[in-house]
Design a binder for this molecule. Structure first.
Ligand code: COA
Ligand code: MG
Length: 327
């Protein structure tokens, strides 16, 4: 461990994050009754330019009037390159109460973008005497954002999570795809010519680097890495595969753009009973080893050592957190 201890962001369940267009208030109650850990009311790209003012009013009312239960509520504001962001932040912070947990900032390009929103939020919080500080969720979805991801992650104590915005990222990097978050048939390898053997084509994951990079930046700053949307909401198998691959890499959750994706995300990002039971066995075995002065020992014919304690503790802590939320 480095001498510098990284402070961890506010602990929050973030397995599923359901996005709801701010211009469709008829969906708000449905989202509030869903099993989503976090609901994001969107003022950005799911809202057409002519509807921006109306959507902002809907979102302010929803934060004041809808019963959101225990879940966290976030609002995705417009980008810093638009004329809407300042009004989004000011109206939200001035006209709503403690039900606003998080502000999601899209298309963050560098640390100054976060700083600018932080200044605005801090000013209104202070002027209005708000006592519950609002956290930030940051979407990494441009080449610039990915190039500056480390400084972005460390830009504000309000930062809680980094999100991979796959569609805008594809557009920004000019990736050759039009799907939202799926694999691409052209991204793969053909096995070499070997005498007498058939050649096989293996699909690869074109988002592997981006997600891994985001996970490292988030974890190094004590933030949650979250995988973004999967647009084909009629394909639960595709959603599962994408969610599992980002979970294996370290992500804590995934967006849902449709209610049918919420239970999938909750399941994919909850450790299985089997994993948790194995985690508890590892902890027991390691505590015994420590009492006996051993560093590495064998469990079921496999090596476990002090690093195994941390992995097992992460699993068990997550299971306890989920039980605590009854989710
Ligand atoms: N939140 C809450 N409820 C939603 C919802 C959402 N995001 N999306 C759909 N629903 C509801 C519908 O109202 C419908 O309810 P009903 O059974 O009571 O009629 C039910 O879920 C099934 O919806 P369905 O008819 O399959 O979808 P749709 O055609 O109405 O909408 C989308 C499809 C993609 C337009 C819609 O899901 C949506 O707007 N998603 C969010 C988009 C977004 O936020 N994008 C920005 C982030 S990438
Ligand atoms: Mg986007």
């Amino acid at each position: 461990m480095s001498f510098r201890i990284v402070e961890q962001a506010t602990a929050r369940l973030n397995r599923s994050e359901l996005s709801v267009p701010g211009s469709r208030p008829e969906l708000f109650e449905k989202a509030a009754r869903s099993a989503a850990d976090i609901v994001v009311l969107d003022l950005e790209d799911a809202v057409a330019p002519d509807d921006k003012d109306q959507a902002r009013r809907h979102v302010v009312s929803a934060l004041n009037d809808v019963d959101w239960g225990d879940r966290a509520v976030s609002v995705r504001v417009n980008g810093l390159d638009t004329g809407y962001m300042y009004r989004d932040v000011i109206d939200l912070l001035e006209q709503t109460g403690d039900r606003l947990d998080l502000v999601m900032i899209p298309k963050v390009g560098n640390a100054s973008d976060v700083y600018a929103v932080d200044v605005l939020v801090s000013q209104v919080e202070q002027a209005k005497g708000r006592t519950k500080p609002v956290g930030f969720e940051l979407i990494i979805e441009t080449a610039q954002g990915m190039a500056n991801v480390d400084e972005i992650a460390a830009a504000s104590p309000r930062n809680e999570s980094l999100h991979f915005g796959v569609a805008d990222y594809a557009a920004s990097t000019r990736a050759r795809t039009t799907s939202i978050g799926g694999p691409h048939p052209d991204y793969g390898v053909l096995t070499d010519l070997l005498e007498g053997e058939e050649r096989a084509y293996h699909w690869g994951d074109m988002w592997h680097y981006a997600i891994s990079r985001l996970v490292v930046a988030a974890r190094a700053a004590g933030l949650r890495p979250i995988d973004g949307p999967f647009g084909d909401f009629s394909d639960p198998h595709g959603y599962r595969a994408q969610g599992n691959r980002s979970g294996v890499l370290g992500c804590e959750g995934k967006w849902a753009i449709h209610p049918s994706q919420v239970p999938l995300a909750n399941e994919l990002f909850s450790p299985s009973e089997q994993d948790v039971a194995q985690g508890r066995r590892i902890l027991e075995a390691m505590h015994k080893a420590q009492r006996e002065g051993a560093g590495a020992v064998a469990l079921d014919g496999r090596m476990i050592d002090i690093a195994s304690i941390k992995q097992a503790e992460n699993l068990v802590r997550k299971a306890d957190q989920i039980r605590g939320s009854a989710g």
